[in-house]
Write a protein that binds this ligand. Structure first.
Ligand code: EPZ
Length: 420
Protein backbone atom coordinates (compact mmCIF):
# COMPACT_ATOMS: atom_id res chain seq x y z
CA UNK A 1 0.00 0.00 0.00
CA UNK A 2 1.12 3.58 -0.67
CA UNK A 3 1.63 6.29 1.91
CA UNK A 4 2.45 10.01 1.71
CA UNK A 5 5.56 11.40 3.40
CA UNK A 6 5.49 15.13 4.11
CA UNK A 7 8.23 17.41 5.47
CA UNK A 8 6.45 20.31 7.17
CA UNK A 9 7.40 23.98 7.08
CA UNK A 10 7.34 24.97 3.40
CA UNK A 11 5.38 27.99 2.21
CA UNK A 12 3.44 27.37 -1.01
CA UNK A 13 3.40 29.42 -4.22
CA UNK A 14 2.13 29.21 -7.78
CA UNK A 15 -1.00 27.88 -9.43
CA UNK A 16 -3.03 24.67 -9.14
CA UNK A 17 -5.65 23.48 -11.65
CA UNK A 18 -8.89 22.12 -10.19
CA UNK A 19 -10.40 18.97 -11.71
CA UNK A 20 -14.01 18.05 -12.41
CA UNK A 21 -16.25 17.33 -9.42
CA UNK A 22 -16.33 13.63 -8.41
CA UNK A 23 -19.73 14.11 -6.74
CA UNK A 24 -21.16 15.67 -9.91
CA UNK A 25 -19.60 13.07 -12.22
CA UNK A 26 -20.99 10.04 -10.36
CA UNK A 27 -24.72 10.85 -10.89
CA UNK A 28 -23.98 12.03 -14.44
CA UNK A 29 -22.42 8.64 -15.29
CA UNK A 30 -25.49 6.93 -13.78
CA UNK A 31 -27.75 9.20 -15.86
CA UNK A 32 -26.30 7.71 -19.08
CA UNK A 33 -28.59 4.74 -18.28
CA UNK A 34 -31.47 7.05 -19.31
CA UNK A 35 -29.90 8.05 -22.66
CA UNK A 36 -31.04 7.09 -26.19
CA UNK A 37 -27.45 7.20 -27.49
CA UNK A 38 -23.86 7.02 -26.24
CA UNK A 39 -22.91 10.01 -24.07
CA UNK A 40 -19.57 11.88 -23.97
CA UNK A 41 -18.58 13.32 -20.60
CA UNK A 42 -15.68 15.81 -20.44
CA UNK A 43 -13.72 17.13 -17.43
CA UNK A 44 -14.07 13.75 -15.68
CA UNK A 45 -11.61 13.48 -12.77
CA UNK A 46 -9.34 10.42 -12.95
CA UNK A 47 -10.08 9.21 -9.40
CA UNK A 48 -10.91 5.70 -8.22
CA UNK A 49 -14.62 6.36 -7.57
CA UNK A 50 -15.06 7.29 -11.23
CA UNK A 51 -13.32 4.11 -12.41
CA UNK A 52 -15.53 2.10 -10.01
CA UNK A 53 -18.72 3.65 -11.40
CA UNK A 54 -17.57 3.04 -15.01
CA UNK A 55 -16.77 -0.60 -14.10
CA UNK A 56 -20.23 -0.95 -12.54
CA UNK A 57 -21.93 0.25 -15.74
CA UNK A 58 -19.71 -2.09 -17.77
CA UNK A 59 -20.79 -4.95 -15.49
CA UNK A 60 -24.40 -4.08 -16.37
CA UNK A 61 -23.59 -4.38 -20.08
CA UNK A 62 -22.50 -0.85 -21.04
CA UNK A 63 -19.32 -0.13 -22.95
CA UNK A 64 -17.07 2.89 -22.47
CA UNK A 65 -13.82 4.53 -23.46
CA UNK A 66 -11.96 6.86 -21.07
CA UNK A 67 -9.09 8.88 -22.55
CA UNK A 68 -7.59 11.75 -20.59
CA UNK A 69 -10.51 13.45 -18.89
CA UNK A 70 -13.10 12.44 -21.46
CA UNK A 71 -15.26 9.32 -21.45
CA UNK A 72 -17.80 8.08 -23.97
CA UNK A 73 -20.33 5.74 -22.38
CA UNK A 74 -22.78 3.60 -24.35
CA UNK A 75 -25.40 2.41 -21.85
CA UNK A 76 -27.89 1.49 -24.60
CA UNK A 77 -26.42 -2.03 -24.52
CA UNK A 78 -27.24 -2.71 -20.84
CA UNK A 79 -28.64 -6.25 -20.54
CA UNK A 80 -28.18 -6.90 -16.81
CA UNK A 81 -29.94 -5.00 -14.02
CA UNK A 82 -28.06 -6.36 -11.00
CA UNK A 83 -25.48 -4.06 -9.38
CA UNK A 84 -23.31 -6.60 -7.60
CA UNK A 85 -22.07 -6.39 -4.00
CA UNK A 86 -18.43 -6.72 -4.99
CA UNK A 87 -18.53 -3.38 -6.83
CA UNK A 88 -21.14 -1.57 -4.69
CA UNK A 89 -19.21 -2.30 -1.47
CA UNK A 90 -16.30 -0.29 -2.91
CA UNK A 91 -18.44 2.78 -3.44
CA UNK A 92 -21.79 3.52 -1.85
CA UNK A 93 -22.62 6.04 -4.62
CA UNK A 94 -23.36 2.93 -6.73
CA UNK A 95 -26.84 3.32 -5.27
CA UNK A 96 -27.26 6.03 -7.93
CA UNK A 97 -27.92 3.25 -10.49
CA UNK A 98 -31.11 2.24 -8.61
CA UNK A 99 -33.38 5.07 -9.85
CA UNK A 100 -32.35 5.01 -13.53
CA UNK A 101 -32.30 1.18 -13.81
CA UNK A 102 -35.76 0.88 -12.23
CA UNK A 103 -37.16 3.68 -14.39
CA UNK A 104 -35.82 2.17 -17.62
CA UNK A 105 -36.24 -1.58 -17.03
CA UNK A 106 -39.01 -1.78 -14.40
CA UNK A 107 -36.87 -4.17 -12.37
CA UNK A 108 -33.40 -4.12 -10.77
CA UNK A 109 -31.31 -5.54 -7.96
CA UNK A 110 -28.78 -3.27 -6.26
CA UNK A 111 -26.59 -4.37 -3.39
CA UNK A 112 -27.19 -2.42 -0.19
CA UNK A 113 -24.22 -0.01 0.02
CA UNK A 114 -23.63 -0.55 3.72
CA UNK A 115 -22.23 2.11 5.98
CA UNK A 116 -18.81 3.61 5.90
CA UNK A 117 -16.42 5.18 8.39
CA UNK A 118 -18.40 8.42 8.69
CA UNK A 119 -21.74 6.85 9.44
CA UNK A 120 -24.56 4.40 8.79
CA UNK A 121 -25.39 6.06 5.47
CA UNK A 122 -28.96 4.64 5.24
CA UNK A 123 -30.94 4.77 1.98
CA UNK A 124 -34.42 4.58 3.52
CA UNK A 125 -35.39 7.94 2.00
CA UNK A 126 -34.41 6.76 -1.50
CA UNK A 127 -36.53 3.61 -1.12
CA UNK A 128 -39.56 5.35 0.43
CA UNK A 129 -39.60 7.85 -2.43
CA UNK A 130 -39.47 5.11 -5.09
CA UNK A 131 -42.36 3.32 -3.34
CA UNK A 132 -44.34 6.57 -3.53
CA UNK A 133 -43.74 6.35 -7.32
CA UNK A 134 -45.22 2.84 -7.48
CA UNK A 135 -42.14 0.70 -6.95
CA UNK A 136 -42.26 -2.50 -4.90
CA UNK A 137 -39.12 -2.74 -2.77
CA UNK A 138 -37.86 -5.90 -1.09
CA UNK A 139 -34.61 -6.24 0.88
CA UNK A 140 -33.21 -9.77 0.46
CA UNK A 141 -29.75 -11.20 1.16
CA UNK A 142 -28.19 -7.73 1.28
CA UNK A 143 -29.79 -6.57 -1.94
CA UNK A 144 -32.51 -4.06 -2.75
CA UNK A 145 -34.89 -5.79 -5.18
CA UNK A 146 -37.03 -3.14 -6.85
CA UNK A 147 -39.83 -3.75 -9.33
CA UNK A 148 -42.26 -1.39 -11.05
CA UNK A 149 -44.13 -3.71 -13.43
CA UNK A 150 -46.42 -0.91 -14.68
CA UNK A 151 -43.58 1.61 -14.80
CA UNK A 152 -42.97 4.41 -12.30
CA UNK A 153 -45.68 7.02 -11.81
CA UNK A 154 -45.10 10.67 -10.91
CA UNK A 155 -45.82 11.44 -7.23
CA UNK A 156 -45.41 14.15 -4.62
CA UNK A 157 -42.39 13.30 -2.46
CA UNK A 158 -41.38 15.09 0.74
CA UNK A 159 -37.87 14.18 1.90
CA UNK A 160 -37.79 14.04 5.74
CA UNK A 161 -34.08 14.91 5.52
CA UNK A 162 -32.22 16.67 2.71
CA UNK A 163 -30.36 13.93 0.84
CA UNK A 164 -28.02 14.64 -2.08
CA UNK A 165 -27.96 11.20 -3.73
CA UNK A 166 -31.57 10.62 -2.67
CA UNK A 167 -32.62 13.71 -4.62
CA UNK A 168 -30.42 12.66 -7.56
CA UNK A 169 -31.88 9.12 -7.61
CA UNK A 170 -35.47 10.42 -7.68
CA UNK A 171 -34.75 13.11 -10.30
CA UNK A 172 -33.39 10.37 -12.58
CA UNK A 173 -36.30 8.00 -11.83
CA UNK A 174 -38.83 10.81 -12.37
CA UNK A 175 -37.29 11.68 -15.76
CA UNK A 176 -38.74 8.48 -17.27
CA UNK A 177 -41.81 8.18 -15.01
CA UNK A 178 -45.39 8.64 -16.22
CA UNK A 179 -46.60 12.14 -15.21
CA UNK A 180 -45.33 14.80 -12.85
CA UNK A 181 -43.08 14.24 -9.80
CA UNK A 182 -42.97 17.01 -7.19
CA UNK A 183 -39.96 16.76 -4.83
CA UNK A 184 -40.20 18.84 -1.67
CA UNK A 185 -37.11 19.44 0.52
CA UNK A 186 -34.81 18.58 -2.40
CA UNK A 187 -31.03 18.99 -2.10
CA UNK A 188 -29.65 22.09 -3.90
CA UNK A 189 -25.95 21.19 -4.21
CA UNK A 190 -24.32 22.33 -7.50
CA UNK A 191 -24.05 18.67 -8.50
CA UNK A 192 -27.83 18.27 -8.13
CA UNK A 193 -28.33 21.42 -10.22
CA UNK A 194 -26.04 20.13 -12.99
CA UNK A 195 -27.86 16.77 -13.10
CA UNK A 196 -31.22 18.59 -13.42
CA UNK A 197 -29.84 20.85 -16.17
CA UNK A 198 -28.52 17.88 -18.16
CA UNK A 199 -31.88 16.08 -17.91
CA UNK A 200 -33.77 19.28 -18.79
CA UNK A 201 -31.50 19.84 -21.82
CA UNK A 202 -32.24 16.23 -22.84
CA UNK A 203 -35.93 17.12 -23.27
CA UNK A 204 -37.47 16.69 -19.81
CA UNK A 205 -39.31 19.71 -18.39
CA UNK A 206 -38.04 20.47 -14.86
CA UNK A 207 -39.23 23.42 -12.76
CA UNK A 208 -37.46 24.81 -9.69
CA UNK A 209 -33.88 23.84 -10.59
CA UNK A 210 -31.59 25.16 -7.83
CA UNK A 211 -34.43 25.40 -5.33
CA UNK A 212 -35.62 22.94 -2.67
CA UNK A 213 -38.75 22.17 -4.70
CA UNK A 214 -38.49 20.39 -8.05
CA UNK A 215 -41.24 19.44 -10.48
CA UNK A 216 -40.18 16.89 -13.09
CA UNK A 217 -42.46 16.10 -16.06
CA UNK A 218 -41.55 12.49 -16.92
CA UNK A 219 -41.24 11.04 -20.44
CA UNK A 220 -43.50 8.06 -19.67
CA UNK A 221 -40.71 5.60 -20.38
CA UNK A 222 -39.04 7.13 -23.47
CA UNK A 223 -35.23 7.32 -23.17
CA UNK A 224 -33.89 10.89 -23.31
CA UNK A 225 -31.49 12.75 -25.56
CA UNK A 226 -28.34 13.21 -23.41
CA UNK A 227 -25.32 13.54 -25.72
CA UNK A 228 -22.53 15.68 -24.24
CA UNK A 229 -21.70 16.82 -20.70
CA UNK A 230 -18.86 18.86 -19.17
CA UNK A 231 -18.56 18.19 -15.43
CA UNK A 232 -18.54 21.26 -13.14
CA UNK A 233 -15.33 22.02 -11.18
CA UNK A 234 -14.86 20.24 -7.85
CA UNK A 235 -15.77 22.72 -5.10
CA UNK A 236 -14.40 20.43 -2.37
CA UNK A 237 -11.05 19.93 -4.12
CA UNK A 238 -10.92 23.72 -4.57
CA UNK A 239 -11.79 24.28 -0.89
CA UNK A 240 -9.07 21.84 0.12
CA UNK A 241 -6.40 23.74 -1.84
CA UNK A 242 -7.64 27.06 -0.42
CA UNK A 243 -7.05 25.50 3.00
CA UNK A 244 -3.56 24.39 1.89
CA UNK A 245 -2.75 28.02 1.02
CA UNK A 246 -4.38 29.23 4.24
CA UNK A 247 -2.68 26.77 6.61
CA UNK A 248 0.78 27.61 5.21
CA UNK A 249 -0.27 31.30 5.10
CA UNK A 250 0.85 31.43 1.45
CA UNK A 251 -0.50 33.11 -1.66
CA UNK A 252 -1.58 30.53 -4.25
CA UNK A 253 -3.89 30.68 -7.26
CA UNK A 254 -6.55 28.11 -8.21
CA UNK A 255 -7.57 27.78 -11.87
CA UNK A 256 -10.72 26.30 -13.43
CA UNK A 257 -12.88 26.97 -10.37
CA UNK A 258 -16.47 28.17 -10.08
CA UNK A 259 -16.27 30.57 -7.15
CA UNK A 260 -20.07 30.81 -6.99
CA UNK A 261 -19.94 27.27 -5.52
CA UNK A 262 -17.40 28.35 -2.89
CA UNK A 263 -19.24 31.22 -1.17
CA UNK A 264 -19.59 29.63 2.29
CA UNK A 265 -15.96 28.45 2.21
CA UNK A 266 -14.57 31.83 1.09
CA UNK A 267 -16.67 33.70 3.68
CA UNK A 268 -15.33 31.47 6.48
CA UNK A 269 -11.74 32.06 5.31
CA UNK A 270 -12.39 35.81 5.14
CA UNK A 271 -13.77 35.65 8.70
CA UNK A 272 -10.44 34.05 9.71
CA UNK A 273 -8.55 36.96 8.15
CA UNK A 274 -7.62 35.76 4.67
CA UNK A 275 -8.06 37.90 1.58
CA UNK A 276 -8.88 36.92 -2.01
CA UNK A 277 -8.54 38.07 -5.60
CA UNK A 278 -11.41 36.58 -7.59
CA UNK A 279 -11.53 36.68 -11.40
CA UNK A 280 -13.61 34.59 -13.82
CA UNK A 281 -12.36 31.03 -13.28
CA UNK A 282 -9.40 31.90 -11.06
CA UNK A 283 -9.15 32.65 -7.38
CA UNK A 284 -6.06 33.71 -5.43
CA UNK A 285 -5.88 33.42 -1.64
CA UNK A 286 -3.67 35.96 0.16
CA UNK A 287 -2.01 35.49 3.57
CA UNK A 288 -3.73 36.74 6.73
CA UNK A 289 -1.92 39.17 9.05
CA UNK A 290 -3.76 37.60 11.99
CA UNK A 291 -5.54 34.22 11.75
CA UNK A 292 -8.71 34.42 13.80
CA UNK A 293 -10.53 31.42 15.33
CA UNK A 294 -13.78 30.32 13.76
CA UNK A 295 -17.19 28.85 14.60
CA UNK A 296 -18.43 26.33 12.05
CA UNK A 297 -21.68 24.38 11.83
CA UNK A 298 -21.98 22.10 8.80
CA UNK A 299 -25.21 22.16 6.83
CA UNK A 300 -26.65 21.35 3.44
CA UNK A 301 -25.75 23.61 0.47
CA UNK A 302 -25.46 26.59 0.32
CA UNK A 303 -24.39 26.31 3.98
CA UNK A 304 -20.93 25.24 5.10
CA UNK A 305 -20.20 21.81 3.54
CA UNK A 306 -19.61 18.78 5.76
CA UNK A 307 -17.01 17.68 3.18
CA UNK A 308 -14.87 20.65 4.25
CA UNK A 309 -15.22 20.10 8.01
CA UNK A 310 -12.04 18.05 8.49
CA UNK A 311 -9.92 20.43 6.41
CA UNK A 312 -11.10 23.46 8.44
CA UNK A 313 -10.38 21.58 11.65
CA UNK A 314 -6.74 21.29 10.59
CA UNK A 315 -6.73 24.98 9.65
CA UNK A 316 -8.27 26.01 12.99
CA UNK A 317 -5.17 24.60 14.72
CA UNK A 318 -3.13 27.64 13.64
CA UNK A 319 -5.76 30.25 14.55
CA UNK A 320 -4.99 32.65 17.43
CA UNK A 321 -7.65 31.30 19.78
CA UNK A 322 -10.19 28.49 20.23
CA UNK A 323 -12.53 27.42 17.44
CA UNK A 324 -15.66 25.26 17.58
CA UNK A 325 -16.84 22.96 14.81
CA UNK A 326 -20.26 21.31 14.84
CA UNK A 327 -20.90 18.34 12.52
CA UNK A 328 -24.66 18.25 11.88
CA UNK A 329 -24.94 15.83 8.95
CA UNK A 330 -23.05 12.67 9.90
CA UNK A 331 -22.93 10.82 13.19
CA UNK A 332 -19.27 9.87 13.10
CA UNK A 333 -17.26 12.33 11.04
CA UNK A 334 -14.60 13.18 13.61
CA UNK A 335 -12.16 10.30 13.06
CA UNK A 336 -9.46 12.77 12.06
CA UNK A 337 -9.54 14.26 15.60
CA UNK A 338 -7.58 11.45 17.27
CA UNK A 339 -5.02 11.48 14.45
CA UNK A 340 -4.57 15.27 14.65
CA UNK A 341 -4.22 15.01 18.44
CA UNK A 342 -1.41 12.48 17.89
CA UNK A 343 0.39 15.29 16.01
CA UNK A 344 0.10 17.56 19.05
CA UNK A 345 -3.29 19.14 18.45
CA UNK A 346 -5.59 19.76 21.43
CA UNK A 347 -9.08 18.99 20.15
CA UNK A 348 -11.84 17.87 22.48
CA UNK A 349 -15.17 16.36 21.46
CA UNK A 350 -18.55 16.72 23.09
CA UNK A 351 -21.10 14.83 21.02
CA UNK A 352 -21.14 16.54 17.62
CA UNK A 353 -19.11 19.58 18.66
CA UNK A 354 -15.32 19.74 18.43
CA UNK A 355 -13.42 22.40 20.38
CA UNK A 356 -10.12 23.17 18.68
CA UNK A 357 -7.37 24.94 20.57
CA UNK A 358 -5.39 27.35 18.36
CA UNK A 359 -1.69 28.20 18.26
CA UNK A 360 -0.99 24.44 18.12
CA UNK A 361 2.59 23.16 18.03
CA UNK A 362 2.26 20.26 15.58
CA UNK A 363 4.87 17.52 15.27
CA UNK A 364 5.17 15.10 12.39
CA UNK A 365 3.89 11.58 13.10
CA UNK A 366 2.67 8.40 11.44
CA UNK A 367 -1.08 8.89 11.03
CA UNK A 368 -3.91 6.82 9.56
CA UNK A 369 -6.39 8.07 6.99
CA UNK A 370 -9.93 6.89 7.79
CA UNK A 371 -12.09 8.50 5.11
CA UNK A 372 -11.69 10.65 2.05
CA UNK A 373 -11.82 14.13 3.55
CA UNK A 374 -10.13 13.21 6.86
CA UNK A 375 -7.15 12.07 4.76
CA UNK A 376 -6.78 15.52 3.22
CA UNK A 377 -6.97 17.13 6.67
CA UNK A 378 -4.01 15.01 7.82
CA UNK A 379 -2.02 16.10 4.74
CA UNK A 380 -2.82 19.76 5.51
CA UNK A 381 -1.58 19.31 9.09
CA UNK A 382 1.56 17.61 7.76
CA UNK A 383 2.32 20.69 5.66
CA UNK A 384 2.92 22.73 8.83
CA UNK A 385 4.00 20.10 11.38
CA UNK A 386 7.62 20.13 12.55
CA UNK A 387 9.44 17.17 11.02
CA UNK A 388 8.07 14.26 8.99
CA UNK A 389 4.45 13.16 8.75
CA UNK A 390 3.49 9.91 7.07
CA UNK A 391 -0.17 9.50 6.09
CA UNK A 392 -1.05 5.81 5.69
CA UNK A 393 -4.04 4.10 3.95
CA UNK A 394 -4.22 6.81 1.32
CA UNK A 395 -6.46 4.65 -0.84
CA UNK A 396 -9.13 6.79 0.85
CA UNK A 397 -7.53 9.88 -0.67
CA UNK A 398 -7.26 8.32 -4.14
CA UNK A 399 -11.04 7.93 -4.26
CA UNK A 400 -11.62 11.64 -4.61
CA UNK A 401 -8.42 13.67 -5.17
CA UNK A 402 -6.56 13.74 -8.50
CA UNK A 403 -2.77 13.45 -7.96
CA UNK A 404 -2.89 15.35 -4.66
CA UNK A 405 0.82 14.92 -3.92
CA UNK A 406 1.84 15.98 -7.46
CA UNK A 407 -0.31 19.12 -7.28
CA UNK A 408 1.09 20.00 -3.84
CA UNK A 409 4.68 19.31 -5.03
CA UNK A 410 4.09 21.77 -7.88
CA UNK A 411 3.00 24.35 -5.27
CA UNK A 412 6.28 23.86 -3.41
CA UNK A 413 5.31 21.34 -0.73
CA UNK A 414 7.81 18.66 0.28
CA UNK A 415 5.59 15.62 -0.20
CA UNK A 416 6.05 12.28 -1.93
CA UNK A 417 4.17 9.04 -2.44
CA UNK A 418 6.08 5.98 -1.17
CA UNK A 419 5.37 2.27 -0.80
CA UNK A 420 4.81 0.68 2.66
C1 EPZ B 1 -23.39 12.97 -0.59
O1 EPZ B 1 -23.54 11.77 0.12
C2 EPZ B 1 -21.92 13.06 -0.94
N1 EPZ B 1 -21.56 11.93 -1.79
C3 EPZ B 1 -21.07 13.07 0.34
O2 EPZ B 1 -19.71 13.26 -0.05
C4 EPZ B 1 -21.50 14.26 1.20
O3 EPZ B 1 -20.77 14.23 2.40
C5 EPZ B 1 -23.01 14.16 1.48
O4 EPZ B 1 -23.74 14.10 0.24
C6 EPZ B 1 -23.51 15.37 2.25
O5 EPZ B 1 -23.25 16.54 1.54
C7 EPZ B 1 -21.87 11.97 -3.09
O6 EPZ B 1 -22.47 12.92 -3.58
C8 EPZ B 1 -21.46 10.79 -3.92
P1 EPZ B 1 -26.92 12.47 2.05
P2 EPZ B 1 -25.04 11.19 0.40
O7 EPZ B 1 -27.88 11.44 1.53
O8 EPZ B 1 -25.96 11.57 -0.69
C9 EPZ B 1 -29.06 10.91 5.97
C10 EPZ B 1 -17.44 12.82 -0.12
O9 EPZ B 1 -16.64 13.12 0.75
N2 EPZ B 1 -29.83 10.03 5.07
O10 EPZ B 1 -27.08 13.87 1.59
O11 EPZ B 1 -24.90 9.76 0.76
C11 EPZ B 1 -27.59 10.53 6.01
O12 EPZ B 1 -27.38 9.50 6.96
C12 EPZ B 1 -18.77 12.22 0.25
O13 EPZ B 1 -17.28 13.04 -1.34
C13 EPZ B 1 -30.83 9.24 5.63
O14 EPZ B 1 -31.06 9.25 6.83
O15 EPZ B 1 -25.44 12.00 1.71
C14 EPZ B 1 -26.93 11.83 6.40
O16 EPZ B 1 -27.04 11.98 7.82
C15 EPZ B 1 -18.77 11.77 1.69
N3 EPZ B 1 -31.55 8.41 4.80
C16 EPZ B 1 -27.82 12.89 5.74
O17 EPZ B 1 -29.05 12.24 5.43
C17 EPZ B 1 -31.31 8.37 3.43
O18 EPZ B 1 -32.02 7.63 2.73
C18 EPZ B 1 -27.23 13.46 4.45
O19 EPZ B 1 -26.90 12.36 3.63
C19 EPZ B 1 -30.30 9.20 2.90
C20 EPZ B 1 -29.58 10.02 3.74
Amino acid sequence: MDYLEIQGGNRLHGTVTIDGAKNAALPLIAATILAQTPVTIDNLPRVNDIFTMLRLLENLGSTYTFEGNSATIDATTIDNTTAIYDIVRKMRASILTLGPLLARFGICKVSLPGGCAIGQRPIDLHLKALEMMGAEIEIKEGYVIATAPDGLKGATIVFDKITVTGTENIVMAAALAEGKTHIINAAKEPEVVQLCEIIRDAGIKIEGIGSDELVIHGSGGELIDIRHITVIPDRIEAGTYLCAGAITNSSITLEKVNHAHLVSIILKLQEMGYDFEIEKERITIKPASRIKPVRISTSEYPGFPTDMQAQFMALALIAEGTSTIEERLFENRFMHVSELNRMGAKITLNNHIATVEGNAELYGADVMATDLRASSALVLAGLIAKGTTRVHRIYHLDRGYVKLEKKLQKLGAKIERLKE
